[in-house]
Ligand binder design. Sequence first.
Ligand SMILES: Cc1cc2nc3c(=O)[nH]c(=O)nc-3n(C[C@H](O)[C@H](O)[C@H](O)COP(=O)(O)OP(=O)(O)OC[C@H]3O[C@@H](n4cnc5c(N)ncnc54)[C@H](O)[C@@H]3O)c2cc1C
Length: 467
Amino acid sequence: MTRPTTIMNQSYDIIVAGAGLGGMTAANRLAQAGHKVLLAEQHSIIGGLATYFKRKQHVFDVALHGFPIGMKKSFRKYWGKEFADRVVQVKSIRFDNPQFKLETTFDTADFTEKLVSFFKIPQQVVDDFFATLAEMNYYDDNQDTIRDLFNRFFPGRTDVWRFLLEPITYANGSGLDEPAIAYGIVFGNFMSQGVYTFQGGTDLMIKMMGDRLRENGVEIKTSSKVEKILVEDGKVRGAMINGREVPCRAVVFNGNLKRLVKELVGEEHFPAEYLSGFRQVRLSNSSCQVYLGIKPGESLPYIGDLIFSSEHPEYDTAALLSPTITSRTFSVYYPELRPGSNKYSIVASMNANYGDWQGLDRETIRRRKQDLVENTLAVLERMVPGIREKVDYIETSTPLTFERYTGHAFGATFGTKFEGLDYSTTIQNQVAGLFHTGSVGIIMSGWLGAANYGVITANDVDKYIRK
Ligand SMILES: Cc1cc2nc3c(=O)[nH]c(=O)nc-3n(C[C@H](O)[C@H](O)[C@H](O)COP(=O)(O)OP(=O)(O)OC[C@H]3O[C@@H](n4cnc5c(N)ncnc54)[C@H](O)[C@@H]3O)c2cc1C
């Protein structure tokens, strides 16, 4: 898989730039439709944020906390049954914060039960809340924010707000002032039937995807950066990859939307009307992670699969993003994830602002990372006494790490915020043959959103090429 770009003297129907879930799914669909596709990835492995890394005997999953059941259907339809068959439900998700401690299977029935029995919200209010979420539609012109939505159903109940929103904030940094519609769709997706994972881990999934792409005829080039998208007379004519011009009829860009317009294509190719709104699009936040590998032969007691742990008194988006960490999500990986492996690992994830890490000297970064590790271990110690003796490998990532490996401006882990979606979907109307997929807003993000967006974009590209 780590094959750097060799001489590409050929031309392609389509160059997909970026092998994240959106790019890979688009490339797979387009090759299945009979097109000649090059998948060019700047990193030495494919997967994008849905990635893993190996250290000593450990395998660390970077973005496998869980995904909604809809991913099973998307795997089956767009990748094959053997992918869908590996989707298994995680058993338990825990909340541990000063307002409440509880355990849930994260599905509508259990959330309803918790809201009614634990938080003492009248059944009718809960039913009305879920009915409102179910009716939300992206195309409705609903200007409500999440704060408006929560105030309407649960005024003053910051404990309930925390229960309903904290997992989403952890996942993508969305706060109370984001559009209610985005929350409704994402929460609705997750809430339907619980949280799922990929048995075998991210390493197996990525290997299976690479194999499937090649079987379907996609040419994969890793360590191959698309430096420029070549546009002539308002139309894509090729891409510059590692200093070499490669002709094509269309480019699907899977990386950061802001970088696409500003650096890869150039603002001069876009109408002023598009640019004026585009400049207001905000980037998403970033993340820090602490990866802990458990010594061979050691084990962990079952403490839940996903633990939303916070010491902050109330739900607070700014506090969740602050470099003074009070909140984190623990993903605990037991041997069942990789049957027969007897491997345990823990990944702690924290939201972060790129600006809090940008420009720091090496020594400050080292100290900050050490603090992250210390705080993580101190919180874990309460759940797993003696954890320090069980761990034999620790590594930390910061927003700078995410920027380096994915090329996302400012380490944005979800590309752009919600408003980026319109600019992503309409980019094809600005420059003929130019398409974007992946990492926009909270709807088209996460494993499910990115994969499904890949399919939507592939359908548009197919129509364009056949015109
Ligand atoms: C810490 C963390 C935890 C997460 N946990 C979960 C989770 O539990 N469940 C879930 O559903 N989602 C999770 N996500 C989100 C999910 O992983 C992402 O939304 C999804 O994988 C993004 O896919 P994408 O298609 O947007 O592409 P990305 O993953 O953003 O990949 C884009 C690819 O394009 C490449 N690229 C960029 N520029 C160029 C260029 N010029 N030339 C060539 N290649 C280029 C990059 O190297 C990268 O490989 C998590 C994300 C993070 C960061």
